[in-house]
Every structure is written in C-alpha cells, then in structure tokens.
Design a protein around this ligand. Structure first.
Ligand SMILES: [Zn+2]
Ligand SMILES: [Zn+2]
Ligand SMILES: [Zn+2]
Ligand SMILES: [Zn+2]
Length: 280
C-alpha cells in the first residue's frame, strides 16, 4: 500500500458541518467546553512552538492578579483561550481571546483598548446620530432602527443604505462618505459620493442615452451584438469598447470606447471619415 494513502476499509472521518451564516468557521472557544478562561482558573501551557509568548507584546495589559496568577511569559501568544486584559485608555477590565489581541498588534492595530474606547460600542459623540445633518438626512435605516445605538467608529465594514438628494439609493460605509466629502466645503443638501449623480452608475435619469443620445442611437443599432442597450451604460460610457453603427447605408459597424468616439468629428465611424475626405 502506498505511503500516505488512507486505507478505504478504515472508517471515514465525517466532514465537518459548516454553518455559512456566521463569519468565522473556527470553533468558538469563549464560553464553550473547549476554550479556557484564564480569569476563572489557571492553566499550564507547554512552550509555544514559535517561542512567542504573550510577554512579547507588553502593550497588552495582562496582569497575574486578573488571570489566576499566570504571568504573560507563561502564556503562548497564539492560544485561542480567553484572558482578562485591562484597557490602556480607561483602565477597565475586558475579556478577549489572546490570539485575536496578538493578531491586532501584529497587524498594526492597537488591540489594547476595550470595546468602548475603540469605538466598537456606541457612545455619545460616536453614533450615527452624530453624523453631520446633511449626511444624517440621507441615512435610510430599517423602520424603527435608532441611529443612536449604531457606532460611527469601529466595525468599519458596516455599510448602510443612503438616499441622495436626487433620490438614488446606494450602500456605502460611513467612513467612505465622510472621506469623499472632505473637500466639499458645504453643509447644504448635496450629492457627493453618489455614483449615479456622478455618472459612473446608470440610472433612469442619468445614463448614456440621456447624456449622449447621438452615441446611444449608434449603440442601440447594434444592441444585439453588444448584448445591452445604451440606457444600461453609465453616462460617460465606461472604459469598455462597444460596437457602434452610424446608420448610413454601406457603412460598417465599428468598435470603439465612448470617450474616443466623442473625441472624433465623425463619432469614430471610419467610413464616415473616408466620405468626408473623398471630395478632396
Ligand atoms: Zn477603555
Ligand atoms: Zn460633500
Ligand atoms: Zn444621486
Ligand atoms: Zn458612417
């Protein structure tokens, strides 16, 4: 029998049952029988395989009196057990999985602050209710949701629905909306950050058909070849090439980007260009 090939007569291992509704498929350690909570009882660890112990991360405030007498040099940095840390900002104790805190340090994040101080939890001055008025008026939360219970900082992956002052709906992160607005200098109702208003997303009142009807006519003559119509393209046509036809008898379809067609006197039709030159 080949080395490394499993004997088919042996009982096969059951494939793990994964639940795709949750973000991480790593078994939960906190609060389950598998995980260990150093704040509740001590534990003896073997030496870490990488040799990296929690004491290599002195920014994390890990104290023996909070963790059943263990010191940071007793605990490997990569364990998924839970420990009690103290917040460097407010001094409060908080529980966290040790490897997660270490990963934050390695990734250049602080990791030494409690959820309140990082902004993960909402507080006064850190909730959607504290957005500037023009932006708050565009926020569309589900019915009954209170903007004061959702934090501004922390959880930067959180996206919300917005409705711009022209009625376009889109999803975006709070940080991105504020970033785009940095150079606007106005607090009046306006549409910065809305891709439909900027013309990079097609909507019924702003698309290639509305912005450049002469190109749209040429494109819609070849709608079957293109596989789409002009009203499904952004106002400036995007970066892709399209098949156009000028409609003159005997002229052939041609392939061009909208930007190039607009720069040409004949909207890019090579046969029209020849026809213009021929009289000379
Ligand atoms: Zn804190
Ligand atoms: Zn703005
Ligand atoms: Zn808009
Ligand atoms: Zn032509």
């Amino acid at each position: 029998m080949e080395v490394g090939r499993q004997d088919p007569n042996l009982p096969q291992k059951e494939p793990p049952q994964l639940d795709f509704r949750v973000r991480s498929q790593r078994p939960r350690t906190q609060g389950s029988a598998g995980g260990h909570h150093l704040g509740r009882s001590p534990k003896r660890y073997r030496k870490s395989k990488t040799g990296r112990m929690l004491s290599n991360f002195p920014e994390l405030d890990f104290r023996p009196e909070d963790n059943s007498g263990l010191t940071a040099s007793d605990v490997p940095a990569g364990t998924f057990d839970t420990a009690v840390f103290r917040c460097r900002a407010c001094g409060a104790r908080f529980e966290a999985i040790i490897a997660n805190r270490v990963a934050m340090r390695i990734n250049g994040r602080r990791g030494d602050l409690c959820a309140q101080c990082t902004g993960w939890l909402p507080s006064s001055g850190n909730s959607l209710a504290d957005l500037p008025g023009w932006l708050l008026s565009q926020l569309r939360l589900p019915d009954g949701a209170d903007p004061a219970v959702l934090p501004l900082r922390g959880g930067s992956y959180r996206r919300y629905w917005w409705e711009c002052s022209n009625g376009h709906w889109f999803q975006e992160r709070v940080g991105n909306r504020l970033q785009v607005h940095r150079n606007c200098g106005t607090e009046a109702a306006h549409t910065c950050g809305c891709s439909a208003c900027r013309g990079t997303r097609p909507v019924p009142d702003n698309n290639l058909r509305v912005a450049h009807p002469e190109i749209a006519d040429r494109l819609d003559r070849m709608a079957d070849a293109n596989g789409y119509a002009a009203d499904s393209l952004p106002a400036q046509g995007g970066a892709a090439k399209h098949v156009l036809h000028c409609g003159a008898p005997g002229h052939r379809p041609y392939v061009i980007t909208v930007a190039h067609a607009l720069r040409s006197a004949t909207l890019g039709c090579p046969d029209c260009r020849v026809a213009r030159i021929e009289p000379w």
